[in-house]
Write a protein that binds this ligand. Structure first.
Ligand code: AMP
Length: 280
């Protein structure tokens, strides 16, 4: 596995792989890898791609009062996980490599970026789109893999790729969960045992909604959402939102159908967690 720290180096490695007719699969991450990340990597490998993983904790997508400084990092552990997974190349740029002095340009996807996650985290998706657009230009993959765990991020990126004519297929990968149902996330390490127990209420509410839709054939969003909110209120957590939305534009909908989802966010004390179920 090649470990590259500069744009020049990663471009050269990708160029060589393309010369030997490999297709490039790209998995952008912020590291502290878990089985959710591994599912994206596995998808790229199974598609036969020369697989490039980036690890970069992007300062631009964190708000001033967010957890950029204390975001979990363990590069050595990540590298050994990636080696075992037989990834072809890892891109590990420094902050200066990505944002040298004088860097000004940002990429934003208005409207979509202002809802839900974007309303609670102003500027977050502009940070995400800017770094992903830069990484896409540096790595120039054929395919890029993103998790449905961050559903709004996936949809925003797909919009950006379409609008800015990136010649890249964006592949959405299903959310990977812990055995108890909690969606795998780097931020799960913040949770104490008691917080983790409380955090489970979100996946439990979503799971119950899924049953109501798929077994009881209830598609009325108002009924589903009020049941979900009731479940979440039974636990000591702060509900930030729970809504049924159209996946394409994140507009609130009245009935569940194809290409819709239920998205939720809670705070367990200071730890924010998001999760969703989608029908795509
Ligand atoms: P992050 O390192 O948290 O920025 O995530 C990098 C990528 O992994 C994003 O595309 C996420 O959506 C994806 N991801 C994170 N957690 C999961 C999960 N539990 N299941 C599937 N994909 C995930």
């Amino acid at each position: 596995m090649e470990i590259l720290k500069t744009k020049r180096e990663i471009r050269a490695v990708v160029k060589k792989a393309k010369e030997s007719k490999r297709r490039i699969g790209f998995v952008p991450t912020m590291g502290y890898l878990h089985k959710g990340h591994l599912a994206l990597i596995q998808n790229s490998m199974e598609d036969g791609c020369f697989t490039v993983v980036s690890i970069f904790v992007n300062p631009l997508q964190f708000g001033p009062s967010e957890d950029f400084q204390r975001y979990p990092r363990d590069i050595e552990r990540d590298i050994s996980i990636l080696e075992k997974a037989k990834v072809d190349a890892v891109f590990l740029p420094s902050d200066d490599e990505m944002y040298p002095a004088g860097h000004l340009t940002v990429v934003s996807v208005p409207n979509l970026s202002g809802k839900f996650e974007g309303a609670i985290r102003p500027g977050h998706f502009t940070g995400v789109c800017t770094i992903v657009a830069k990484l896409f230009n540096i790595v120039q993959p054929h395919r890029a893999y993103f998790g449905w765990k961050d559903a709004q991020q996936l949809v925003v990126i797909r919009r950006m790729v379409k609008d800015l004519d990136f010649d890249i297929s964006v592949i959405g990968v299903q959310t990977v969960r812990e055995p108890d149902g909690l969606a795998a996330s780097s931020r799960n390490v913040y949770l104490s045992e008691d917080q983790r127990r409380r955090a489970l209420v979100l996946s439990r509410a979503l799971q119950e909604i899924r049953q109501m839709v798929e077994y009881n054939k209830i598609i009325d969003a108002e009924v589903l959402i009020s049941r979900g909110r009731e479940i979440i209120k039974s636990e000591q957590v702060e509900l930030q939102y729970l809504e049924a939305v159209e996946l394409e534009n994140f507009e609130i909908i009245k009935n569940i159908r194809k290409n819709t989802g239920i998205i939720g966010a809670i705070k367990v004390d200071k730890v924010r967690l998001i999760d969703n179920i989608i029908w795509d």
